[in-house]
Design a protein around this ligand. Structure first.
Ligand code: NAP
Length: 380
């Protein structure tokens, strides 16, 4: 028996929404019934409305695809769509990270599907594979490169000895970095992706602000030179581990052993891994952003809804604290503010910077908050 045609209301038709519009146009099993736009869009061959209540009150609309971004008005639209019994698909990590529990509970209460596969990893089928793995066994750890902008900058600095500012300008020129790149550089973008991933992987709800984060804003070419001299590759790594009663979750630059897969990730690509007891480490590699890769993941969510997939990726919502005190690593540190804490832990002095004996992530991040510096963990 043929399945019913899926009727979609698309909110926002920009980079991602435009890609979704094009993909759906070529399909027979779904249709864009409305595009919500605040300006006329005569080039679109569907109903274009500026009033969201038109979409909300149309019982024919099965699914609302939110591709506006930001908090307002996306949050109100998503909430009211769920309350009206419509399935919701969004690429909006800001929204899902900030209102995780509320939106998952709302979808559950109204027996509708909520999906956000494109919110983490762009076009990589990451969240859906967390869900699939959880059908079989618990996930103990997730980690990886979740931001293409920072990876591009680090890759350029490694491969062509570019200065930080030069690599950033290149990333902006290629459209990999926003005009205001601060949430990429300070790790805020990765933190949203990590909180969504960890919540799903471990069946918990973490507070985004509890996740320790250190970005690459203070990185200089000399740090990359020091990293290369150590035979390592600098990457921005997000990590989360499921521990007894808590979760260790943090984001920091890392000087990776050059044999590790993460060390070989070029340009603006992402590589995200999960670890399960029996499957070990599995990694997912691909484009973490961009019109078509991201639209692909949104469309995949539409296909899943059409195929009758229910709910969110998990319905477990246990509040868990973040505690990084048991994760201990050696660190590279460059600072002009050497104090007693640092001096006591130095095991090696480099041309630029020092290597510390293993210290906890909690201690390292707390020290760096009070001292202008660049640091990176050493990972093997
Ligand atoms: N771009 C990527 O590679 C990527 C990757 C992963 C996730 N995402 C996520 O996808 C979402 C969309 O990003 P994007 O890059 O597609 O953004 P975008 O290119 O700026 O598109 C946003 C669209 O929303 C419309 N819009 C903005 N405010 C609106 C409002 N109040 N009412 C109705 N429409 C409104 C804009 O219309 P106007 O044309 O009138 O401004 C535009 O069409 C974000 O949550 C982002 O984080 C993007």
């Amino acid at each position: 028996m043929g399945r019913k045609l899926l009727r979609i209301a698309l909110l926002g038709c920009g980079t991602v929404g435009g890609g979704v519009y094009e993909f759906v146009r070529d399909r027979q099993d779904m249709v864009i019934s409305y595009v919500l736009s605040r300006r006329p869009r005569p080039e679109l061959s569907c109903k274009v409305v500026s009033d969201f209540s038109v979409i909300l009150s149309d019982p024919e609309v099965d699914v609302v695809v939110e591709a506006i971004g930001g908090m307002d008005p996306a949050y109100e639209y998503v909430r009211s769509a769920l309350e009206a019994g419509k399935h919701v698909i969004t690429a909006n990590k800001l929204l899902i990270a900030a209102h995780y529990r509320e939106l998952v509970e709302l979808a559950d209460k109204h027996h509708v599907t909520l999906r956000c596969s494109a919110a983490v990893g762009g076009g990589i089928p990451w969240l859906a594979n967390l869900e699939r793995t959880l059908e079989q066994e618990p996930i103990t750890r997730i980690s990886g490169i979740m931001n293409g902008t920072t990876n591009y900058i680090l890759d350029r600095m490694h491969c062509s000895d570019a200065a930080f500012e030069e690599a950033l300008l290149e990333a902006q020129h290629l459209g990999y970095a926003e005009a205001d790149p601060s949430s990429d550089l300070n790790g805020g973008d990765i933190r949203r992706k990590l909180v969504i991933s960890a919540n799903i992987a471990f069946g918990c709800v973490l507070r985004e602000e509890d996740i320790a984060v250190f970005g690459i804003e203070s990185l200089r070419a000399e740090d990359i030179q020091a990293c290369k001299k150590l035979g390592r590759v600098c990457k921005m790594i997000a990590s989360a581990r499921n521990l007894d009663g808590c979760v260790a979750a943090y984001i920091e630059p890392a000087f990776m052993n050059s044999q590790l897969h993460e060390a070989a990730v070029p340009l603006n690509f992402n590589l995200i891994s999960l670890t399960g007891e029996h499957i070990g480490k599995q990694s997912f590699y691909g484009q973490g952003a961009g019109r078509y890769p991201t639209a692909y993941n949104v469309l995949q969510d539409c296909v899943d809804v059409r195929n009758g997939l229910q709910g969110f990726y998990t319905n477990k919502l246990e509040d868990r604290p973040v505690d990084n005190s048991s994760v201990v690593r050696p660190y590279y540190v460059r600072t002009e503010r050497v104090d007693e804490w640092l001096q006591k832990r130095v095991v090696k002095i480099l041309d630029c910077g020092v290597i510390l004996k293993p210290v906890s992530v909690t201690e390292m991040h707390a020290w760096a908050k009070e001292h202008p510096c660049f640091f990176a963990s050493l990972r093997d």
